[in-house]
Design a protein around this ligand. Structure first.
Ligand code: PLP
Length: 380
């Protein structure tokens, strides 16, 4: 075989395959040991394995798959997306300054605001999809710029390369939450980000049965990354081997799932955009979306599986429509093979989310079936 880098579909399909020397299995076993033995000379039998809090072969195998997909120098798994978010913020010094995109995943904003108050970190929330606002915030020096693209639930799209340039001028690291894109659609580190974060609970795993978070970096010598790695080990926010194994299994089909989910999401977005009972559709794949040109430049192979729509008639109508849907399950979260619908205002009533907004995570079902479900729910 030519010495060319493997494509994501190949990396994923063979995730950690043929690595289990004990069984010769084409899929790896699960390493459950929490501690590892030393020989009579007291030397470790495997010098890279001392104790399970930071050394587990299954977790490392899953990290290696993501590292390759991301084109990263190093990757670390965490027990949830929020644990990965928290790991980054805990590595900041007290008194740091952070520029943060507003209107992103509410769980992130809520935790970050409280944490920054406790640690005297100056938090500047801005609309990072507006380059002028980002440039203005980056005129003063900062330690970190945090963006989420596409954002949840507004689907705002931030140009990573531009944000990286501005962050670096301010002396800051750029961290990107790429959950709604996955490394299959956007390799944020190649575009200039210093650290990329994903909630692995979503499309990376894709089957709504694992909580996971992941951080990958371009420069592992970076003191912030060193701090993150040390803190994960010492403070113990590690993922268990069962979860790592399930995540690896899920990732084997990630590129295939993303292909179908992106196709379906685009079809659903186009359908909703034409529907007289829908006021606005937020999806970067639509020409009408403010971030369409950026998304076309920086997302490859599709615009993602997440979209939001404003249903005409506000709260009552939106809840009626959600209540009538039969295939879209009414549940929070996103990125699974099954389509979900959520009334975000119910979850975050005080953040300005319109009461008529429904957020859809589009799965791998037949697109015609999904649109028929939407048709009956909107007509009813
Ligand atoms: N980032 C984004 C964009 C999310 O949507 C979520 C969860 O919905 C998270 C982070 C947090 O991930 P987790 O639920 O795995 O902790």
């Amino acid at each position: 075989m030519k010495n060319e880098p493997l494509k994501p579909a190949t990396i994923a399909a063979q995730a950690a395959g043929a690595k289990d020397s004990a069984t010769a299995g084409v899929v790896p076993g699960i390493s459950l040991a929490t501690t590892y033995t030393r020989g009579a000379d007291y030397a470790l039998l495997r010098p890279d394995n001392i104790y399970g809090r930071d050394q587990n072969d299954t977790v490392r195998q899953a990290e290696e798959v993501i590292r390759q997909l991301e084109g990263a120098a190093a990757t670390l798994l965490f027990p949830s997306g929020m644990a990965a978010v928290a790991a980054v913020f805990r590595a900041l010094p007290s008194g740091a300054r952070v520029v943060m995109q507003n209107g992103i995943y509410w769980g992130t904003l809520k935790w970050v605001r409280a944490y920054c108050v406790r640690r005297a970190i100056l938090l500047d929330e801005i609309d990072a999809a507006d380059p002028a606002a980002l440039a203005a915030a980056c005129r003063s020096s900062a330690d970190m710029v945090w963006i989420e693209t596409p954002s949840n639930p507004w689907l705002k799209t931030v140009e990573i390369a531009t944000a990286a340039g501005m962050a670096h001028k301010a002396g800051a690291l750029l961290v990107v939450d790429g959950t709604a894109a996955t490394p299959v659609l956007t390799r944020a580190l190649d575009l200039g980000a210093d650290i990329v974060m994903h909630s692995g609970t979503k499309a990376l795993n894709g089957h709504s049965d694992v909580l996971a978070g992941v951080l990958s970096c371009r420069e592992p010598g970076n003191p912030m990354w060193q701090e993150i790695a040390t803190d994960r080990h010492d403070a113990g926010a590690v993922m268990g081997p069962f979860e790592a194994w399930l995540l690896m299994r899920g990732m084997r089909t990630l590129p295939l799932r993303m292909e179908r989910m992106c196709e379906n999401a685009l079809a659903v977005a186009r359908y909703l955009e034409e529907h007289p009972k829908v006021e606005t559709v937020f999806y970067p794949g639509l020409a009408s979306h403010a971030g369409h040109a950026i998304a076309t430049r920086q997302m490859c192979g599709g615009y993602g599986y997440l979209l939001s729509a404003l249903v005409a008639g506000g709260r009552e109508r939106a809840l009626e429509v959600a209540g009538r849907l039969q295939l879209f399950q009414r549940a929070t979260s996103l990125g699974g093979v099954e389509s979900l619908v959520e009334h975000r205002h119910t979850i975050e009533p005080h953040t300005g989310i319109p009461e008529g907004l429904l957020r859809f995570s589009v799965g791998i079902e037949d697109a015609g079936d999904l649109m028929a479900d939407l048709a009956q729910a909107l007509e009813g």
